[in-house]
Write a protein that binds this ligand. Structure first.
Ligand SMILES: C[S@@+](CC[C@H](N)C(=O)[O-])C[C@H]1O[C@@H](n2cnc3c(N)ncnc32)[C@H](O)[C@@H]1O
Length: 105
């Protein structure tokens, strides 16, 4: 979630992970990441969208990873929308990893 231009997807591919989705609000950030992959761009699904409005199939993901996205949602309704999507899209027994900032650090 909010993978942006980060290299997490590159590292996951290098580790042998498959069935990867990179979702981000910014088409520019996604384009930067996709450009690195050239003709191998289909190593992941690249989806431009807003997490507060996104529609994912139920139980779609084994792992949800978010570094530095959730804290952008300062409106409680948007946070609620985010959590609803995580609960629905991550399969039971899956893992959710969220790294975020707070007022105190
Ligand atoms: C600080 S960057 C972090 C990027 C990457 N996760 C990393 O750690 O390098 C935040 C990312 O969240 C994305 N973002 C912000 N609001 C979003 C939203 N509502 N839905 C999806 N992505 C969002 C931004 O476009 C940006 O790529």
């Amino acid at each position: 979630m909010g993978g942006g231009a980060s290299r997490l997807v590159d590292d996951l591919v290098a580790e042998g992970y498959t069935d990867l989705t990179v979702f981000d609000l910014s088409s520019i950030a996604l384009a930067v990441a996709k450009q690195r992959w050239g003709e191998h761009v289909d190593i992941a699904r690249w989806i431009e969208g807003d997490i507060t409005r996104a529609k994912f199939p139920m139980n779609r993901f084994d792992i949800w990873h978010d570094r530095a996205v959730f804290h952008f949602l300062t409106d409680p309704a948007n946070r609620h929308a985010y959590v609803e999507r995580v609960i629905s899209a991550v399969r039971p027994g899956g893992h959710v990893i969220v790294a975020t900032f707070a007022d105190d650090g």
